[in-house]
Every structure is written in structure tokens, then in C-alpha cells.
Design a protein around this ligand. Structure first.
Ligand SMILES: Cc1cc2nc3c(=O)[nH]c(=O)nc-3n(C[C@H](O)[C@H](O)[C@H](O)COP(=O)(O)O)c2cc1C
Length: 353
């Protein structure tokens, strides 16, 4: 049975983590659907020196261990971000740690960087890259929970994974690793960026380096990060990770679970932060918009707010993989309706109105 939207009711009867595990297994075994039509050429863009056939990417956390890179691209994603990968394998937090908030079209997770470690990811990426891939593959890196030298951890991941990464994401925004988000301070960020750049340069493979930030930052933090983002060693920002806040609108009984909230209730806040950072950086820093995207209209709103690229994850839980093709097909009409012939013309359009 192919993994299509029809499988969703079955998956929703399972524990969320088991459903996710089965989905990744199915994809890794070649049971995923394939989007047949190529994206409209108006969606092609060049961002931080890479060519993206479509701006719609798979966010980090879905394929943490690079088990199904090709199958995820075949779903119609223009790019895929694997990870978060830490230097050593770690189990993550005790289960249950993943919760569906069905009434809110949201997810809460406190996975805690469960992953098989950098060596396994390296082997799998090397394997996936034996043949050309249809879009860029980013590698999202983090630190082990029990490590007290964050810079050394990010550098260790870089040494192993930079040769297989079209871009690297320094993840300092997961709420589920104690102390991680404190690394979003400008001084700490500069230390991490330098550590990653130096580790990559030492092996002669310096991919674009991105920083992924939380949606819970205050204006002063955003100003500081906007300055760091203009450092020539930083290629762009990913805005945003999950939120530790709980909007008043939440109705699902699971809303009190500890962890990061994603999906529809994150859309507004993550888009607001994106818009603010686009303004603070005067459109000079490429931004990836992520948080609550569940339709072509959502994706387009983030593009107009300043995103050059989009990522999504939680909406797949509620809508299934057919969503990727539907967004990719509908986006060109939204662009044309506003008089744009290329995606890049729409980036940040709201701030020019
Ligand atoms: C189950 C789950 C696991 C995640 N794991 C990671 C992770 O390991 N690293 C990371 O940077 N983001 C992780 N994220 C955050 C997503 O990449 C994304 O930033 C967030 O979910 C907002 O997008 P969405 O509303 O489309 O899901 C995870 C999200 C979910 C739901």
C-alpha cells in the first residue's frame, strides 16, 4: 500500500510517535508517493548560491537520521533538511514525548534530539548522494544533552557532515535541550558560527551556514540576531522553531503538555518574527519561513513577509503528503495574480507596499 493521504485515518489511530516511525519506515522502503509533475519554472530560485526547484522544503525533525532523503524529495519538496544530528547518538526524552492537538491542527513535542548520531547520518547521506538529488539537502546540527562544550559539538558535527550538506543549520532554538536557547545570545552565536566555519574550512568544504531561531525572542534579541545575521559567515536565518508559549486559542486537551508547539497556532507569531527580521536586515539576508504552513496561501503570506524559502512539518500530520504537490501547483497562480512572473519578485513584497 502506497503512503498516501488515505492512510492518515489509520495513522491517527496509532500513538503519534509510532505513526511517525511507520511513516519514515514506509518512505525509506520506497512506499512513498511520487509527485509526477515538475514544479513550474517560475518557482525556481537561487538562494545562498544554491538552486531550489521549488521553495517548499521539509523542516528539520521529520527525517532526523537521513533515512529517507530521496523519498522525501520525491514527495515534491524542493529541498529537505535532515536532523537535528548531535555528535553522539542519544535516546532523547522519555516517552510519550509527541502529542497531536487535533482540535488545533497542532503538535507538541519534547523529543529532545533523539537521533542516531553524526556517524550514522554521515553514512546515510553519503549513500543518498551516490546519485544526483532533485534538490538541496540541508543538515541541521546540535549538541548532545550531556555535553558542556557546545562549540566543540557543533564543530564535530560539521567535520563529519559538511561534505554532504548543501547547507548547514546551527540549531539553537529547540526548547527540549536544557540551555540550548541561551546560545541565541549574539556572543555565543558568533562563537558557534566561527567554530562551524573553521571546522568546515579545515576539511575544505564550507557550505552556507544558517542559524535557526525561536519564535519566542523579544524585540531586543531580534535586533541583536539581525546584526549577527549580517556577518559574512552567516548565509541566512530559519524563522522559526517551535514555541514554548500556549496561545489562548488552543482548545485541545493536550495543550498542557510540556514541549514545543508547532502547526497552525504557530503561524501568526512565526510570520510576525519573520517580517520583523526581514525589516531589521533590510531584505539583505535570505530567510527561510517556517511555522504553521498548511496551504499555498500560508506559504505565499510568508514569502510576501520576507521568506525566500518555506519549510513545513506539522501540516503533513493532518493533511498528508499530497499537500506538498497542492501547494506547489497553486503557488504560481498566487504569484501571477499579484503580477509577479518569478517567485523572487514576491519576497518581502509586503514591506514595499
Ligand atoms: C516532532 C517534531 C520534531 C522536531 N524536531 C526538530 C529538530 O530536531 N530540529 C529542529 O530544528 N526543529 C525541529 N522541529 C521543528 C520544525 O522543524 C519546525 O521548525 C516547527 O515544527 C514549525 O513548523 P511546522 O509548524 O510546519 O511544524 C520539530 C518539530 C516537530 C513537530
Amino acid at each position: 500500500m502506497a503512503l498516501t493521504d488515505f492512510v492518515l485515518p489509520f495513522l491517527h489511530r496509532l500513538d503519534p510517535e509510532r505513526a511517525h516511525w511507520l511513516t519514515v519506515r514506509a518512505l525509506a522502503s520506497g512506499l512513498g508517493p511520487r509527485m509526477l509533475a515538475d514544479p513550474d519554472p517560475c518557482l525556481t530560485s537561487q538562494v545562498f548560491g544554491l538552486t531550489f526547484p521549488s521553495p517548499i522544503g521539509l523542516a528539520a525533525g521529520f527525517d532526523k537520521d537521513a533515512e529517507a532523503v530521496r523519498a522525501c524529495l520525491a514527495l515534491g519538496f524542493g529541498f529537505v533538511e535532515i536532523g537535528t544530528v548531535t555528535p553522539r547518538a542519544q535516546a532523547g526524552n522519555p516517552k510519550p514525548r509527541l502529542f497531536r492537538l487535533t482540535q488545533d491542527r497542532a503538535v507538541i513535542n519534547r523529543m529532545g534530539f533523539n537521533n542516531a548520531g553524526a556517524e550514522r547520518a554521515e553514512n546515510r547521506l553519503a549513500n543518498a548522494r551516490m546519485r544526483p538529488l532533485s534538490g538541496p539537502v540541508g543538515v541541521n546540527i546540535g549538541k548532545n544533552k550531556d555535553s558542556d562544550d557546545a562549540a566543540a559539538d557543533y564543530a564535530a558535527c560539521t567535520t563529519r557532515l559538511a561534505p554532504y550538506a548543501d547547507y548547514l543549520t546551527i540549531n539553537v532554538s529547540s526548547p527540549n535541550t536544557p540551555g540550548l536557547r541561551a546560545l541565541q545570545s549574539p556572543d555565543q552565536l558568533r562563537v558557534l558560527v566561527t567554530a562551524v566555519k573553521d571546522a568546515a574550512a579545515a576539511i575544505g568544504a564550507v557550505p552556507p551556514i544558517l542559524i535557526k531561531i525561536a519564535p519566542d525572542l523579544e524585540e531586543a534579541d531580534l535586533r541583536a540576531i539581525a546584526l549577527v545575521a549580517q556577518d559574512p559567515d552567516v548565509a541566512g536565518l530559519i524563522i522559526s522553531n517551535t514555541t514554548i508559549t500556549r496561545p489562548d486559542t488552543l482548545r485541545d486537551p493536550q495543550k498542557g503538555q510540556i514541549g514545543g508547539l508547532s502547526g497552525a497556532p504557530l503561524f501568526e507569531r512565526s510570520t510576525e518574527v519573520l517580517r520583523r527580521v526581514y525589516a531589521l536586515t533590510e531584505g539583505n539576508v535570505p530567510l527561510i519561513g517556517v511555522g504553521g504552513v498548511a496551504s499555498a496561501e500560508d506559504a505565499y503570506a510568508k514569502i510576501r513577509a520576507g521568506a525566500s524559502l518555506i519549510q513545513l512539518y506539522s501540516a503533513l500530520v493532518y493533511t498528508g503528503p499530497g499537500l506538498v504537490g497542492r501547494i506547489t501547483q497553486a503557488l504560481p497562480d498566487l504569484l501571477r495574480a499579484d503580477g509577479f512572473t518569478m517567485l523572487s519578485q514576491a519576497v518581502g513584497a509586503d514591506s514595499r507596499d
